[in-house]
Design a protein around this ligand. Structure first.
Ligand SMILES: [Zn+2]
Ligand SMILES: [Zn+2]
Length: 243
């Protein structure tokens, strides 16, 4: 698959020296998409059709609510509801088929089929989809920069704090997709060493963080451990989003 290179944002995020550059990039992408879906450009007919059909997950509907643009959000939510009302007309279990048809059918019952349909629809989200595609571009760019060692990317990566666990997985998957076997083995080793080194660093920090609450340590300096619990949770789960 072809992906677009986006070297500048990847370098900028890496230079922030945080627990995961992809978390920074995804947070920015999320903010951008929330703004987009509440802006005038999302009012064009094609986007409205997409929004009506797919909608947003609970997290991103909350993000849209928090962005406080009630007029646009009202329009989006209104036509999205109309799409759901069509669903009721077409898919509700009371739209019963003839007795013969029902007796002869195999597979899920009407209620099960309706339940699956609702589950699929409520899980779908335009912003999640776009974030996923954006992450692919950034992981592709990172693997590309590593492969060509452009502008000292390998040493930049080595001196970074590594990645959160979910994004390290995405990076490895991209590495496997676009590198040859020899390159991938080298790449995977580099990422594993980087992750290990930074897990050890965080383990020391969280250990000191917990020790600091003991009375004998009250007056001792925090060092870098004051927000270790926050950074550790980010490392384990990915960015804790603002909403
Ligand atoms: Zn991350
Ligand atoms: Zn979403």
């Amino acid at each position: 698959m072809k992906y677009k290179l986006e070297t500048i944002p990847v370098w900028d995020a890496l230079n922030e020296n945080c627990e995961c550059p992809f978390c920074i990039l995804m947070e920015k992408a999320e903010a951008r998409y929330i703004k987009y879906y509440l802006g005038n450009s999302a009012m064009n007919p094609e986007t409205r059709v997409e929004v009506n059909k797919t909608g947003f997950c609970p997290q991103h509907f909350s993000g849209l609510l928090l962005a406080r643009s009630p007029q646009h959000l009202g329009l989006i939510a209104h036509t999205h509801l109309q799409h759901w009302m069509d669903d009721l007309d077409k898919k509700y279990p009371s739209r019963r088929k003839s007795l013969l048809e029902r007796l002869s059918r195999k597979g899920p019952t009407q209620s099960e089929a309706f339940s699956d349909h609702i589950d699929n629809r409520t899980k779908s989200c335009l912003i999640c989809d776009r974030i996923e595609r954006t992450l692919k571009r950034y992981t592709f760019t990172s693997v590309y920069l590593w492969k060509n060692d452009e502008e000292g990317f390998r040493s930049g990566l080595e001196s970074s704090k590594g990645f959160c666990i979910p994004h390290a997985k995405e990076l490895l998957l991209m590495g496997e997709e676009i590198l040859n076997q020899q390159e991938f083995s080298e790449f995977a080793t580099a990422i594993e060493n980087l992750q290990k080194k930074n897990f050890e660093r965080l383990e020391e920090e969280i250990n000191w963080f917990t020790q600091k609450f003991k009375s004998e340590n009250h007056d001792k300096p925090w060092g870098s451990a004051e927000d270790a619990h926050y950074r550790l949770i980010q490392k384990l789960t990915g960015k804790i989003t603002a909403h």
